[in-house]
Structures are given as structure tokens and as C-alpha cells.
Design a protein around this ligand. Sequence first.
Ligand code: SIN
Ligand code: MN
Length: 293
Amino acid sequence: MKLTAEQLAQFEHDGYLFFPGLFTPAETKTLTDAVPALYARREAYNVREKGSDAVRTNFAAHLYSEPFAKLARHPRMVQPVMDLFGEALYMHQFKINGKMAFEGDVWQWHQDYGTWKNDDLMPTERAMNVAIFLDDVNAFNGPLMFIPGSHRKGVVDARHDLTTTSYPLWTVDHALITQLVERAGGKNGGIVSPTGPAGSMILFHSCLVHASTSNLSPWNRVSVYLSLCAVSNHVRRFKRPEYIAHRDFTPIACLPDDCLLTHHPVDLPWQNGLPASALVTTDVPFDQARQAA
Ligand code: SIN
Ligand code: MN
């Protein structure tokens, strides 16, 4: 899938592109059908909502679930980002966020690159999120909220929030959010929420400021996020477990466009469980570790 000159200009300006209904219902169903069994697993890679059994985030399914392994190599998700960066990509993070009916909790305002920089020592913002909706997303089930153009501010001040939700995040304070929303148009477009049918895709810049509210509706809002990083921009520290921030910088090789509906052998290295090495973490950046060795 090639981005047009108009789409590239819109991405530069707004920091995101929305593709409603990009994947067909049959393609989306191959993914949706696999989610309940993944969420039922009692594994470290299923992070549950605070005080609830509902899954907030499932990490790294592309390493143990065939349909998601194919999605991680899907040209509709990967090719536009390769074109934008002009470079091969590796998977920095892969998540299936639940935002389950009645139980899905907030994601505070943040930039993803803030967390990748502070926790993983990712050198620059040459990484991108690509999301696909597995459920219809509407105004009531906690859609993503973006501040258009906020990516053009680069990395903004953030604070490590370890308490609000079950998942630590570098979040942006309310005074700065107020300023950014004003600058983006205030009540006239200062916050936008792409909504649409299951199978819709969003591509968004790693510095785009975003959040989502809790889901008090009776409708799940399951979405998959591929966080794709330029290979030359790989992380320099393994402070977080490998199922959260990946350590394999091998370039992604795309499958054919019809891969979700056809057979393609894919590697599933964690099919029989999480390797112990994936839980090992260190505060020491690579360069220092190499010098000390
Ligand atoms: C995220 O910001 O990483 C997730 C937000 C959401 O799923 O609503
Ligand atoms: Mn995010």
C-alpha cells in the first residue's frame, strides 16, 4: 500500500492517517476469533486492569499466535511505514489492547516515544504506531483521542506515572495538554477521535500526544498496535521485559497482501511458553555493558 503525496502531506501536518474499513470483515474475523483464548492465558504477557480480571494489554502475540504473526508481517500495516522511513523496520512492541466493556480503564495523555526513549533508550523518534480496530469503535467505547499536530512539538515533558493504572507510562501534565489542545484549535478540532468499523487502521507518529477514556459502554474495544521501529534506531537498553520491548532487531519481511486468508508458514518462537530470558532485565545500556565486558 503506497501513501499518496496528499496523504504524506496530511501525515506531516496532523501526525496521523486514518483508513476506515481497510481490512475486510473476513480478514478481521481471523484475528478477533483468536483473542479470547489468548486473553484466557495466565501468563506475564497478559497485563490485567487494576483490580479486575479484564485484560488491558496482551503483549507479543505475534510470537505465539499464527494470525497475529501474519498481521505483524502484513504489507498494509508495514509497507507505508517502510516508505515513510526509507528503511527496514523491526517490531519494537506488539500489543492487543482490550478496553473491555464496562472494565476498560483510561490511558492517560502521553507520547509513545516518551516511554520508548526514557525506558528503552530508543535514540530518536523514527518509530511508528499502526493500529487496527478488531471491534467497531464509537464515541462511547473509549476511542483513541489525538491532539492533531502535537507530534511537531517533538518530545515534551513527561512524568513517570506508576499508580493511575496497572501499566506504567510516561504521561504529560494537564497544563501542557491544555496548551497543546488550544494550539491545535481548542474546541474546533483541538482533539480528534477516529471512529469507524472493525478493520479500520490508524497510522500515528510516535510523538503524537494521545489518550483514551474508560469504556463504560457494553461494547468491547479491542485494538491491535504494531510499534514499528527503523532498524538503525533500535533500543539501547533492556530495562523492560522482552515481551514488552523487543530485542530482536531482524528486519520484518512482508507476506503477500492476502496473507490473513491464505496459508503461510510463520515462525512462532514462544508457542510453547515465554522463555526465561524474556523476563531478564538490566538498567545498564549496551554501550556501557560492552565497555565493562
Ligand atoms: C496506547 O496509547 O498505547 C493505548 C491507548 C488505547 O488503547 O486506548
Ligand atoms: Mn500510546
